[in-house]
Write a protein that binds this ligand. Sequence first.
Ligand code: UDP
Length: 324
Amino acid sequence: MEVKTYLITGGAGFIGSHLADALLTAGHRVLVLDDLSTGSRRNLAHLDQHANFECVIDSVLNRARLAELIGRADAVFHLAAAVGVRLIVESPVRTIETNVKGTEIVLELASTAGTPVLITSSSEVYGKGARVPFREDDDLVLGNTKTGRWSYACSKALDEFLALAYVREKHLPAIVVRLFNTAGPRQTGQYGMVLPTFVRQALAGRPITVYGDGTQRRCFGYVGDVVGALLQLIDCREAIGGVFNIGSDEEVTIGELASRVKALTGSASEIVRIPYEQAWDEQFEDMQRRIPDLTRIRDLIGFRPVTRLTEIITRVIEHEQRLG
Ligand code: UDP
């Protein structure tokens, strides 16, 4: 196997740190760039002594630093972004700037260096599209510009446009992935993510907070499955210029998720319904259903999500119990 050097922007985050683990396990070298805005040094602490690992704490908006790191890399996984509905709604300027400017700089520098790059977009770009499952060629259905949430969808859509423009115009080998709800150990509930939030509430015996009526549905992909797909895609020539959904297509209602977390933790927590107006300050729009159509990535690399929801919940519980 050829040993390569990969740069992971946002590598101290939940998904980035698992990606670093997988690349190092496969024998590669890993450079991480992270400003620790939402990522955590703790996610990488176990790698500090690893000979093939290096972590730089800085922003992707630091062009000189990024240029130096891209110059040392054989390929880039661009994961650095504002993430989490709570953060997006509360800090829209930061969301738009990080997501748009950051990706702009990554693409520009990767293009100058001729370095392949994988851009992580999000299922948020499908917006409130009602026809499920979502296919990559579907229209994007976004709401008005006063609702903070759509700025995130729009910023990610712009990242996609720019990446695909670089492929066409500058022949940059770029790949776009749309990550659906991803879950697993190390994900923090701090920015709104539902599964770690429910697990922490259940373990602490606090009420489990289901927003709305709990009939909204999601599919949770296991971070290990998602990372496996990212590794395969970056090595796949046919993936260049493509957009790929990644996630799981096993659906669950949020109400049912709360019940399962309660049962699997053996918690005495009460499950409470919180109206959206109470959970969010501003006018808030939630998505009712979000299922990925995984045909494209399955046809290209044979991807199938293998980790079932119960297993994912169990691993998150074990992780949170270890943290104490
Ligand atoms: N949610 C909830 N309680 C919480 C946090 C989230 O009921 O404490 C709901 C949220 O309204 C949404 C779903 O769980 O319907 C998934 O939320 P998350 O922020 O994890 O991801 P999203 O799919 O909204 O990006």
